[in-house]
Design a protein around this ligand. Structure first.
Ligand SMILES: Nc1ncnc2c1ncn2[C@@H]1O[C@H](COP(=O)(O)OP(=O)(O)OP(=O)(O)O)[C@@H](O)[C@H]1O
Length: 682
């Protein structure tokens, strides 16, 4: 079974490993472990307190478990499969007791045979048949359970993935960027398909618990029946089980347990080197440097030396630190268990062990549901927008009133006291050096963040009062750091206006307006091309002479992927820039039925050559009609001459504003840079 490696708590406040008055430091192999002694109450010093806390946590998680059970059973066909699985587990719990009962009967016949020298052959036959039938049934139950489990697991995995997809989809930018939110998601997301989904892992554990408990009770009952009548029977049975049970129970660490707040780090240079080099060797992105720098032999010698110095004190130590109660049963002890016919003691052990892991596992269920309720940091407004769709055709006005803003976690102002007003249908260009705050203005208009001070108004409404959905529908933003989605080119463009996604003519028109149609039509798969395929083709043993498969270039590095080694992706096509423009056209400028009254472009021409840039600006000017447009750019060219308003920014503030002619006349910063650029072309 693959367990999650991460464990985080929902405790608030801070934890400082260097605070020796609160934190206990212990060294385990290469790991330094710091445990917060004050994080739990004084009662935690009492023996067994950890266990009590865990039981309390289990109780607190029960409503979530109940909800999960209802959700999971509502998955099509899951209820039936789960009932079958439970019946099989019930069989697993009861049949061993029946086998034990037959065992007892057999012993009784032998006793009678010794005492009276007679054997009841019929009874002996029935008992032997029953005993064999028990083994056969157990075998069949095992096989049936083996078939059911993957089917159940698959359904629950799909449900979990959909649940997490929905939970992520509803988050806004500042919430999504918060590291604690990322951590919450990491905690409940399976790192690989080989890990069990949380609902299955939990139900499997709960059913296992009930099964083990039933098995213990059934066996106790049979044992009582069989041994009760015999002198010293219980004593003998107890003696057989005692040694093993005591050893197992001590493994359970009933009275120990790690403090709930702790952290582990390693400063072991060799250990760090070992892991660093292991990654370097796996990732394709470093291959060129390794080969060109002739680093192969050196890497091997560093790896071997580091590996020798680290010895066995590696990650397994950390595992033991993380989950003292969940230490995997070693193969050797599994062997011992199998060799020991004493399933009774083993059942008690299993029962106790699963109780110990309950708090962790049920906590996972709680986290799984909690991620769906993480509150967004950008509150929604209530006012519908626009009140009248005719406003869209004339464009919206936009006003910034004394807006100041710092990015979450940053000490510096990204915008300071910014004021400007763009009238409906005007073209406004924001110019300034890198980092002066241009993109931030566009992000605030789209309410990716809210300003710390001041107000932003669209058509006279404070944008915080407008329904977020309406606001974002009425404006269109093309961000500078736009990355294309791992979807086909058609789907990427259609994202500009999902309501017209099925309209092929619409998609093609948007591509043409964005200047992307030519390059798309030259691609072998045209609009169906994936610039970055999210699912890889799998193959094995293909002769190296094969160059294409499924119409795509064969990439022999995929073998590495199958082996779960990361490989960097190189998208050979350079049309991403064009494509992203097409996305915007799809939404905003496709002529019939306009939905957008304000267009925001963040450096749309940054990676275009001068001819393409000229064409793009001309198309945009022609197509925008009466819509209001905001451009950010650090190039002072073509477009600024046509602008109704230029905002010249420096270091988070607007230092000059006006038309091109006005700013040239002022002879300030804008005029200086304009003249410098003009001289470069003389
Ligand atoms: N997500 C972020 N978190 C913290 N600081 C940020 C973030 N994004 C931008 N900044 C900072 O805010 C300031 C303004 O950045 P902004 O991206 O608005 O500048 P810009 O004028 O658009 O620059 P460029 O021309 O390079 O796009 C910069 O100092 C930048 O480092």
């Amino acid at each position: 079974m693959y367990r999650r490696e991460k464990a985080t708590s929902s405790k608030e406040g801070t934890f400082d490993p260097n605070d020796t008055s609160r934190v206990k430091h212990t060294r385990y192999g290469v790991w330094d472990v710091y445990e917060d002694q004050s994080s739990t109450s004084r009662l935690s010093a009492l023996p067994g307190w950890c266990t009590i806390e865990k039981y309390a946590e289990v109780v607190a998680c029960m409503p979530y478990v109940w909800r999960m059970l209802r959700d999971v059973l509502s998955i099509p066909a899951c209820a039936l499969l789960f009932v079958m699985y439970c019946v099989i587990q019930a069989g697993h719990a009861l049949v061993p007791a029946l086998a034990l009962w037959y065992q007892g009967q057999l012993l009784e016949i032998m006793q009678i045979a010794i005492d009276t020298r007679t054997v009841d052959k019929d009874r002996l036959f029935h008992i032997c048949t029953g005993r064999i039938a028990c083994s056969v049934v157990l075998h069949l139950l095992g096989a049936a359970s083996g078939r059911l489990q993957p089917a159940l697991q698959l359904r629950m995995r799909k449900w979990t993935n959909a649940h997490l997809f929905r939970a992520r989809a509803r988050l806004d930018v500042p919430t999504f960027e918060t590291s604690s939110v990322q951590r919450q998601f990491e905690d409940v997301t399976s790192q690989s398909d080989f890990m069990m989904p949380i609902p299955w892992e939990t139900l499997h554990m709960l059913v296992g618990f009930v099964r083990a408990a039933t098995q213990v009770v059934a066996q106790l009952w049979v044992l009582a029946d069989a041994l009760g009548a015999q002198r010293d029977g219980w004593f003998l049975a107890g003696l057989t089980m005692a040694s093993k049970s005591i050893q197992w129970l001590s493994d359970l660490n009933l009275f120990g347990g790690r403090s709930q707040v702790w952290a582990a780090t390693t400063t072991n240079e060799d250990y760090l080197k070992l892991h660093g080099w292991t990654r370097i060797m796996k990732e394709t992105s470093h291959r060129k440097e390794i080969v060109a720098g002739n680093l192969g032999e050196y890497a091997v010698s560093v790896f071997e030396t580091a590996s020798e110095r680290v010895g066995d004190a590696d990650i397994f130590t950390l595992r033991a630190i993380q989950y003292p109660e969940n230490m995997p049963v070693s193969l050797a002890s599994m062997q011992m268990v199998q060799e020991t016919a004493n399933t009774f003691a083993w059942n008690i052990y299993e029962l106790m062990m699963s109780t110990q892991s309950f708090s962790h596992q049920l906590g996972q269920v709680r986290k799984l549901y909690e991620v769906a309720n993480i509150p967004n940091k950008i509150p929604d407004g209530t006012v519908p927008f626009p009140e009248d769709t005719a406003q869209i055709r004339t464009g919206f006005s936009l006003e910034f009133r004394n807006v100041s803003f710092k990015y979450p976690g940053s000490e510096n102002y990204a915008l300071r006291n910014v004021c400007f007003r763009v009238l409906p249908g005007q073209l406004c260009i924001i110019v300034g050096a890198n980092g002066s705050g241009k993109s931030t203005i566009l992000k605030l208009v789209a309410r990716l963040y809210d300003p710390d001070e001041g107000q932003i108004l669209i058509d006279g409404h404070d944008i915080r009062t407008l329904k977020l959905r309406d606001l974002r529908q009425a404006i269109s933003v093309l961000f500078q750091d736009y990355t294309h989605f791992p979807l086909s080119i058609r789907d990427n463009i259609a994202l500009g206006d999902p309501s017209a996604a099925e309209n092929e003519a619409h998609v093609r028109l948007a591509a043409r307006l964005g200047g992307a149609a030519d390059f798309i039509e030259k691609l072998p798969e045209g609009y169906n091309t994936y610039l970055d395929r999210p699912v890889r083709d799998y193959y094995a043993g293909i002769p190296e002479g094969t160059t294409t498969l499924f119409g795509r270039k064969v990439d022999f590095r995929n073998v590495r992927f199958v082996a779960h080694l990361k490989q960097s992706d190189t998208s050979a096509l350079s049309g991403g820039q064009m494509q992203r423009l097409a996305v915007t056209f799809m939404r905003s400028v496709v002529p019939e039925e306009p939905k957008v009254g304000l267009l925001l472009f963040d450096e749309p021409s940054a990676s275009l050559d001068p001819v393409a840039e000229h064409d793009l600006f001309n198309r945009l000017r022609e197509l925008r009609g009466n819509k209001t447009m905001l451009f950010s750019s650090h190039r002072f060219g073509n477009l600024t001459r046509h602008a109704d308003l230029i905002l010249y920014m420096n270091d988070s503030v607007i230092v000059e504003s006006g038309t091109h002619e006005q700013l040239l006349k002022q002879g300030g910063g804008y005029a200086n840079i304009w003249n410098l650029q003009a001289q470069a072309f003389l």
